[in-house]
Every structure is written in structure tokens, then in C-alpha cells.
Design a protein around this ligand. Structure first.
Ligand code: SF4
Length: 398
């Protein structure tokens, strides 16, 4: 996993492409695609003291100079993940009235949490986890299925790299659920951490602050070129609770909410929001970040005493902007100050409703064949598997 998913592996593929070009075998070149997470971009922007859009253009320029063909943003895939989570929740909530499903629904975008749930809580906790894929894996479906069709390549003729704030994303990409048996290829071939991209910049002797800019790529005919960079759908880690709560309040209780009032419980990483109707709580959701808060929620579920309908769970305290793969602070720089500047940059872009993104609507119609199609299920949802024993590495981590 370490050699398969490292900057050396990306360099090897780029080198092979150059060799094929030079030896007249250009038709065998792999199309190299990089999909960058907004948290990694904020980490790079903080390190090199750039604005988000400046950083996006310069990192695109850097990868293109190395021979990468397309650089995308996983915010686009996150829109699909948020929309699917909203619909999945409303369906579960309605079905729960007839006990056909499991509530609370637990968010699934954090592979650190998913590994822990599969390896320590077995099949008991898995039915509660949302089946919606994470933004990284939805981006995998988009690149290997949608983009391959657009550029007339087979999925295994594309080498897809993501840039993420943590190492657990490498584990997620290597799950058998995200392997295409027909074409013998993964939806995401290589995951680099933000820190590993910084190492590439150092190796190339480039400071992002002085590097060349490049125009941003778009998945389809120029639509949404900068939409995914200049707008995102909120939340330092997921933004899942915010969207699911507002959507459910509207769909189930005909209430339109502009802002949510969070109540802090044990600490800043454990907060809840409640909607009342006729003096009674009808919708209750929580954010639980970090191991202690996750354990608290899991124990409540096991005892049948969990008061929540939905919980946004993230393994890292303070969420993904604080992930273990983010760029470390400089010598003498305070880690809190660096995190504050990453959070500030991450939040410096507009928040939008993912349903208003024009290209999302087009892709639901033209790529997936509608919201409830079999293809939507295949491309945007997954499943989980109970594992009997924890590996030593995970036992140490948790
Ligand atoms: Fe990775 Fe941490 Fe984010 Fe989970 S919360 S996806 S472990 S960075």
C-alpha cells in the first residue's frame, strides 16, 4: 500500500508516459487525473500564504508541468455525497416509523471511523452507517466511469490520484468495494496526503508562491470551471449535518431554516441541533469528532439510548482540516495557529446549496439516469463489512 500509493508511484507513471511518448507509443499513454480535496488545498494555501483560488491555479500549473492531464476538485463529488445523504436520511426517517430501517443514520465520509466501526463493533453498528460513498470515492466513480466516457478511454487507461488530508484515505481507496473487476482497476489508483504533495514541491525545487498558474479544469464543456473552487457546501469536515438537517426540516416538517443553533455538549467536538414541533423534539442531530466522542455515541446506540436521528462522525478532533496528512507547521509555528489559518482559508469561499450546481443536475440526468436509478445506487453508494479482528496497526491507533 505504501509503495502503491505514494508520490514515487505517481512519478513512475508520469515517467512511463514520457517514455511511451518518446518511443512513438503515445496511444498507450495513461491519462493522469489528480483530484484535490478542499482541505488539502487549504493546507497548501496556508503553508504558502496564498488565497484559495490562487493556490488552486498554481497547484494545477504544478501538476500540469509534471505531465498530469487533468486537475479536478473533490468538492464537486462532495455535492453528490451531500445530496445522496439528504435523500437517504429522509427515507430512513420515514421507514423508521414502520421499523424498516436503522436510525440514527451515521455519516460515512471518514474512513478512520469506518475502519474502527468495521473492526471493533462488527455487524452491530454497520446497519446504522450511511451507504452514501465519501467524496473521494464518488470522485473515483466520476473519473473512471463518467470522464472515461467523455474522453473515450477505458477506465484502466486512466490513472487517478487524489490529494487528501489523511492517510486513512489510502485504506479507503484500496477497499475491494472500489475495485473494478472487469477492467482490473481501482476507482482511485493512488492517494497522496497534503504533506506528500508538499514533498513533491520541495523535490522539484518549487515554491507554490512563485510557481506558474494554469486555468482550472472542468469535467464537462466548460460548465462549472471555478464553481467547485469558489463555492463549497460548508463544514470543516463534512458539512453533512448542516445539509441533512435543513433538508429534513423542509421535507419532513415544512420548515425552512437559514441557520442552525448548535448546542455544545461535552466539548467543541460534540455538538447537537434540535428541531421542535408542537413543543416536542422531532429532529435531533449531532456532530461527534474525535475518538472519545465517537465512543460515547456508539455506547449510546448499543444501550438503545441514542437520542439522535443523524450523527456526523469524524475521527479527527476538529475534523479533516486537522487531519494527520496535512502539512505540518513550520519550526516555531504554533499548531493551533496553523489550524486556525487553514480553517479560515477553507471557510473563505461561499457556501452554496449543492442542488443549485448546474453540472450536478446535468449529470444526474445524463450520466446516472435520474436520482433513483440503479446506476445512481452503483456509482454513489457502497456497503460495509464486519471484520473479526483488529490489525495491530489499528489497535495501536485506536
Ligand atoms: Fe481523515 Fe481525519 Fe477527515 Fe476522518 S476526520 S477523513 S481520519 S482527516
Amino acid at each position: 500500500l505504501i509503495t502503491q500509493q505514494s508520490q514515487e508511484e505517481l512519478y513512475r507513471v508520469l515517467q512511463e508516459n514520457r517514455h511511451l511518448q518518446e518511443t512513438g507509443k503515445g496511444d498507450q499513454i495513461k491519462t493522469v487525473v489528480v483530484s484535490m480535496s478542499p482541505q488539502s488545498r487549504a493546507s497548501l494555501a496556508a503553508k504558502y500564504k496564498l488565497t484559495i483560488i490562487d493556490c488552486a491555479r498554481r497547484i494545477t500549473g504544478f501538476f500540469k508541468r509534471l505531465g498530469v492531464h487533468y486537475v479536478f476538485d473533490t468538492t464537486f463529488a462532495r455535492n453528490f455525497s451531500l445530496i445522496e445523504s439528504c435523500h437517504e436520511f429522509v427515507k430512513r426517517y420515514k421507514d423508521a416509523e414502520t421499523e424498516k430501517t436503522s436510525i440514527p443514520m451515521l455519516a460515512s465520509a471518514c474512513p478512520g471511523w469506518i475502519c474502527y466501526a468495521e473492526k471493533t463493533h462488527g455487524s452491530y453498528i454497520l446497519p446504522y452507517i450511511s451507504t452514501t460513498k465519501s467524496p473521494q470515492q464518488i470522485m473515483g466513480s466520476i473519473v473512471k466511469d463518467f470522464l472515461s466516457g467523455q474522453i473515450k478511454k477505458l477506465p484502466n487507461q486512466i490513472y487517478h490520484v487524489t490529494v487528501m488530508p489523511c492517510y486513512d484515505k489510502k485504506l479507503e481507496a484500496s477497499r475491494s468495494d472500489f475495485y473494478n473487476d472487469l477492467y482490473k482497476t481501482r476507482d482511485v489508483d493512488c492517494v497522496l496526503s497534503s504533506g506528500e504533495v508538499e514533498k513533491m514541491l520541495v523535490k522539484e525545487g518549487i515554491s507554490l508562491a512563485d510557481s506558474e498558474e494554469s486555468e482550472l479544469d472542468t469535467l464537462c464543456c466548460g460548465v462549472g470551471r471555478e464553481e467547485g473552487i469558489l463555492n463549497h457546501s460548508g463544514g470543516g469536515s463534512g458539512g453533512y449535518l448542516e445539509h441533512v438537517f435543513k433538508f429534513a426540516a423542509r421535507e419532513l416538517f415544512d420548515q425552512t431554516l437559514d441557520t442552525l443553533e448548535y448546542k455544545t455538549l461535552r466539548n467543541q467536538d460534540f455538538q447537537e441541533v434540535t428541531l421542535e414541533a408542537n413543543g416536542k423534539p422531532v429532529l435531533k442531530m449531532a456532530l461527534a469528532y474525535g475518538f472519545r466522542n465517537i465512543q460515547n455515541v456508539v455506547q449510546k446506540i448499543k444501550r438503545g439510548k441514542c437520542p439522535y436521528h443523524f450523527v456526523e462522525i469524524m475521527a479527527c478532533p476538529s475534523g479533516c482540516n486537522n487531519g494527520g496528512g496535512q502539512i505540518r507547521p513550520e519550526d516555531g509555528e504554533n499548531a493551533r495557529d496553523r489550524l486556525a489559518s487553514v480553517n479560515e482559508l477553507y471557510s473563505s469561499v461561499h457556501c452554496i446549496d449543492p442542488r443549485t450546481v448546474q453540472l450536478i443536475e446535468i449529470m444526474y440526468r445524463d450520466w446516472l439516469g435520474g436520482q433513483n436509478s440503479g446506476k445512481t445506487r452503483l456509482m454513489l453508494h457502497t456497503e460495509y463489512h464486519a471484520v473479526e479482528k483488529m490489525t495491530n496497526a489499528l489497535a495501536i491507533k485506536w
